[in-house]
Write a protein that binds this ligand. Structure first.
Ligand code: F0G
Length: 458
């Protein structure tokens, strides 16, 4: 079997709009060739993100009707707490309305100016939350994790030597925590092995530094461990998750990914004093400790989603759906980051469109073409997002990679939709020489990719 069929059947449908090429040409021109500025209704297949875009199950929707909206002590909070304690094993469970709030609460409580936080690769919001507190976010992923051609099975692993050097250089008193992001989103959705987590945990313990996971995609990471790491084939994904989290002291989580919900998150930690401080802050900015910015019904949906995400028929389908899309691209000679990650396929746009220089945004040019050709929305992770002027020389620093991410929402699209995406890319690949680069007409000073206006180069 090349890939497993969807382990669910469809009970409710949400129609999606088809548009003509002519309509899309007009819409993208009006949006300044920026897919963030398109109305979502004009998109046929939306692969902008896997965050908050999951389809909930009948069990979750039934749970929504059991929402207890009491200000304090909602029964749904107790379900939420019990489920998280069972899977993650941490003592104190603090609900938040999404992942970055959990990061903000944690960092605003424990970071001081000049502190250093090592991670495999910090996700954008994690980095921003560290840097906002005038601390330093350091990426310590293994070298293979930065090489799009390396077939290393655990490209999200941390390089222990790099972390040891960081501790020696900055001093243990300036490192209030070590983080590991599972799976490593900014490195292509690549997993971290149990052996690597154990090594980092031993190192962290020897210096008495807490180890905190960014657990957004923990179930996908644990599934990769089962598939790829010796000794785990016969363990359940739940058992693997329990073992993995027993090696750390807490986690931040955006439930918008492996919580299978559209909004929500949490912070889970063992340290009682820290939990108390954070809870006090939570009450100030999010809400009381038994809802943290969420409705009771949302807590129930998360509680049920966290159990469902560990279903191995679901995970087999999930990982293989992404793999199926990636492999069909490899067959069609479309260059992608390998091995194929958990939640997304990343196209190497620099290699696919070598006639477009980085100054003309090859990644964004491909994103625009995907929309025009087939109504598909992907996102550029390249020069539009990261290129910046060097303050001293005035020269533009370009990122090493020009990637286009096709992130796959959970339980939303069928394998036939994936085949449609694959065929659209195949058609584009055949006429790629005709794709033109882009130039910027307007840009904001920060995070310009969200609002920039562009136009095709003549
Ligand atoms: N950590 C990781 C690894 C993430 O991928 C994200 C979000 C967050 C933290 C923040 O969570 O959005 O709930 O506040 N990633 C989304 C993405 C936005 O498209 O990859 P949040």
């Amino acid at each position: 079997m090349k890939f497993p069929a969807e382990p669910f059947r469809i009970k409710v449908v949400e129609p999606i709009t088809t548009t003509t090429r002519k309509q899309r040409d007009k819409l993208i021109e009006k949006a300044g060739y920026n897919i963030f500025l398109l109305p979502a209704e004009s998109i046929f297949i939306d692969l902008l993100t896997d965050s908050g875009t999951s389809a909930m199950s009948d069990e979750q929707w039934a749970g929504m009707m059991l929402g207890d909206e009491s200000y304090a002590g909602s029964k749904n909070y107790y379900h939420f707490e019990e489920t998280i304690k069972n899977i993650f094993g941490f003592e104190h469970i603090i609900p938040t309305h999404q992942g970055r709030v959990a990061e903000n609460l944690l960092f605003s409580t424990i970071l001081k100016k000049g502190d250093v936080v090592p991670n495999n690769i910090h996700f954008d919001t994690t980095r921003a939350n560290v840097e906002y507190h005038k601390a330093i976010a350091l990426d310590c992923v293994i070298d293979e994790g930065l090489d799009p051609d390396s077939e290393h099975p655990f490209k999200g692993n941390i390089d222990i030597k790099k972390v040891e050097e960081v501790i020696k250089k900055y001093g243990v008193q300036n490192i209030p925590l070590i983080m590991i992001t599972i799976t490593n989103n900014s490195g292509g959705g690549q997993p971290v092995s149990m052996a690597n987590i154990r090594e980092v945990s031993t190192l962290a313990k020897s210096y008495n530094i807490p180890l905190i996971f960014d657990a957004c995609r923990f179930a996908e990471n644990c599934f990769f461990i089962k598939e790829r790491e010796e000794g785990y084939a016969d363990k359940s994904v739940l058992e693997i998750a329990k073992e993995l989290f027993s090696l750390g002291d807490g986690c931040t989580m955006s439930a918008k990914k492996d919580g299978l919900v559209n909004i929500g998150g949490f912070l889970a930690i063992n340290d009682q004093q820290l939990a108390q401080k954070i809870t006090n802050m939570l009450i100030l900015i999010e809400g009381f400790s038994t809802y943290g910015g969420l409705a009771g019904r949302d807590l129930e949906a998360i509680s049920r989603g966290l159990k469902e995400v560990l279903n191995e028929d679901y995970l087999l389908f999930r990982i293989n759906q992404t793999r199926f899309l990636g492999e069909s691209m490899i067959e069609n000679n479309i260059p992608i980051v390998r091995p194929i990650g958990g939640h997304a396929v990343y196209i190497d746009a620099k290699r696919m469109l070598p006639h477009i220089p980085q100054s003309q945004f090859p990644g964004q040019a491909l994103v625009v073409e995907l929309y025009r050709e087939a109504g598909i929305r992907a996102v550029e992770i390249g020069s539009l997002m990261f290129a910046h002027e060097d303050e001293q020389s005035g020269k533009i620093n370009y990122p090493k990679l020009e990637l286009v991410r096709l992130a796959i929402p959970r339980r939303v699209y069928t394998n036939m939709h994936m085949q449609y995406v694959s065929e659209a890319l195949n058609q584009i690949n055949k006429k790629k020489a005709s794709i033109k680069g882009l130039k910027i007409l307007y840009q904001a000073q920060f995070l310009r990719h969200f609002t920039a206006k562009l136009a095709p180069v003549d």
